[in-house]
Design a protein around this ligand. Sequence first.
Ligand SMILES: [Zn+2]
Length: 853
Amino acid sequence: MRSLTLAEARERAELIAVTSYAVELDLDRGDQVFGSVSSITFTCGSPGADSWVDVKARSVEGATLNGVRLDPAGIRDGRLPLPGLAADNHLVVRSTMGYSHDGQGLHRATDPADRRDYVYGHLFLDAAPTVYACFDQPDLKAPYDVTVRAPQDWVVLGNGAASQVAPGRWELATTKPLATYFVTVCAGPYVSVLAEHDGIPLGLHARASLREPLESHAGQLFEVTRQSFDYFHGLFGIRYPFGEYHQVFVPEFNAGAMENPGCVTLRDQYLFRGAATRDELLSRANTVSHEMSHMWFGDLVTMRWWDDLWLNESFAEYMSHRCLVDATEYSDAWVDSSIVRKVWGYGAERSPSTHPVAGVAALDAQSALQNFDGISYAKGAAVLRQLISFVGDDAFLDGVRAYLRDTSHGNGTLADFLGAIERASGRDLGPWSDGWLLTAGRDSVSVELVTGPSAGSAGDPLTGESAAPAVVTSARLLRVPPADHPADRPHALDVAGWRDGVEVVRVTVTVTDDRTPLGDLLGATAPAVLVPNAGDLTWARVRLDDATLDGLPAQLGRVPDAQARAVVWSALIDGVHGAEVSPSTFLDVFAATWTTEANASILARMALYAEHRIVPHFVPRVAQAAALARLADSARELLGRAEEGTTRSLAAARLLAGTSDDETLLRAWAGGSGLPHGLEDDGDFRWIVVRNLAARGLIGASAVDAYRAKDDTLQGGLNALMCRAALPAPAAKAWAWEQLTGRHGRSNYEMVHLARGLWMSPDDALVAGYVDRFFRDVPGMSGWVGEDALSRVVLAAFPKIFTAETGVRSSAALRREDLTPGVRRSLVDADAELREALASRAAFATDFRTPVS
Ligand SMILES: [Zn+2]
């Protein structure tokens, strides 16, 4: 399907202005299709000109422009021609639309728990025409009147306050001007919890089978919602403009959440049905706050074109963390950002697909989707933090308020935003934005330290060694721009160091040169752990010196500053991916310090990273079992002494469940006996255990089905698919591949779970045949799977056999010219990860010599 180009969007926006939309949806026509009547009033600045409306329907039953019939047979590539526009126009399009199962458009899912159906609209990025005929571009905003017919036992929610005017008939209040991609309708037998804050009606909604977690989590969800409203009202100086505020937890959602004005949709895994770690609660609070900040930045003021999508996301990413730190119990949100969000962003920066934060020409709508990544979110937020240190927080906020005020209910651009900050600060941001916004890549930062004996130290008369620790005699910070993306990036950052748990140095510097003397460090006690960018204020590849790397197993656990520990872990991950740090070093530091880690985000996320990335990607195949056993040892140790019911206990139990080869323990836990306190009825935890049993071949398909019967839910079904696919038998792999790539109407989530399970194998030979089949079969799925969903499937299904042979196949695939942009982008990223694994394995093979017995 042809994608809207920037040139076309500019031309259409010059020509027409939309006055209003009236949309009637009929959701009571069965589970395949729904009716859609779109009635649009709009003006045309050049009467007599031609244009088109976007409509991607199963069939168009009728269309009239100013009372004159249009021929639906004229639709090409989802465009219905509109010939000879008048100054004032009224367009009506009646069509039959199809429900989607890939999370794009009007998604329909059946809840296996009660066989009831739910629909929700996710129209980002260009799926609006699959729900209603419209001028689908972000700068043609208009108010909406939406009416819905639905089965009588359904609840309907949308951007405007919904009222049921007759059984099965719903009217939504007229909205403020909305971009087409923000329109949503959520309908089904949703259950609700309602509240109010500061005059704003609040609602939380979920599938009927999730009533219990919805109700038990409502207190926390409302609390962060209230805190965020108060915070943003104070910060932006503009009241929330969209009436009621509903948060709908929906099934099989591709992203974390979507900022539809007045009716945010969120993935319903956020309604944790079992135990949740503190970092999971923090992530959820962060998502809630992120979507709320979009109500101003994104919704009230929308980017003119998709190339400024970063501005929405970078801003929301920054603002939600700021809000959590300033206004909620999650005052360590920046630590979580370092270990979760920035690790993601640094991965995106390492890939050949990296791009500047801003100014990337999105020539058409679909190509813009490719930049919806760790650069736009994590790097963008880090760059905003650098902008704030450059201009000052007061000037930044003054500029933001002016930008929001001047472009309210309209559209803005990067130039508008930077102009507002420049006026508020009196600073020229040209050179700054060239380096930080318009150039890809990141500098490396490291500290070059020379130490010597301290003056007056008596020394040991026998050994001649100094009794007092050495002191710093010379120190400078080195900034090395990347060769492929040179630029002058000034950094505001701090450097700190510890010895035996005591902070012995800390200095804040503004780096504008490739060599910056750190004079304040001279004479200080030599640190055992020295951390450049210790406060994680900047965006850079942090290189730890050799003495620090050597000292980490003994010293990291004693560093009291969680932010600095997070930077160290992030640097270790970066180093492993860059083949500069041995994965064995990572595992040594893990074994020595993980069980004493006090920060929930570091504790939980490093366990996941070690189990799911470091071992399978970077540890040679023959050494993986031993590496997993080391992780299991740490997990068992922590589980033995952690207080039950805490994040520490839960993170330890999950790591042990995923890595242990103790069949007795796994069978007991799967059967519900001997479980740590708080996990007795935790279906999600049981699936970690069952997955481990299945992947080791300790249970078969009938046992998986029996566990599925115990947990006949959407989550249970997905986990069962993954476990079936993980069974180490040729028939199981063949079945999984056929289910994944055949046209079985599998949903986006089902495909990803099948793909994950398939590559779990104790033996590469069992899955080797699927390397070629991946490159042959998966790209062609673009014929029936949406781009957003398929790009996720490609990442999950990319061969997890890290060999040069896979690399040859991957290179060949990247030379193909028939790949869609989403498939190509995911292949580039997965290929880059494969190369990283191969380079690391080549560099550090000797670290994993199998011991001679
Ligand atoms: Zn966002």
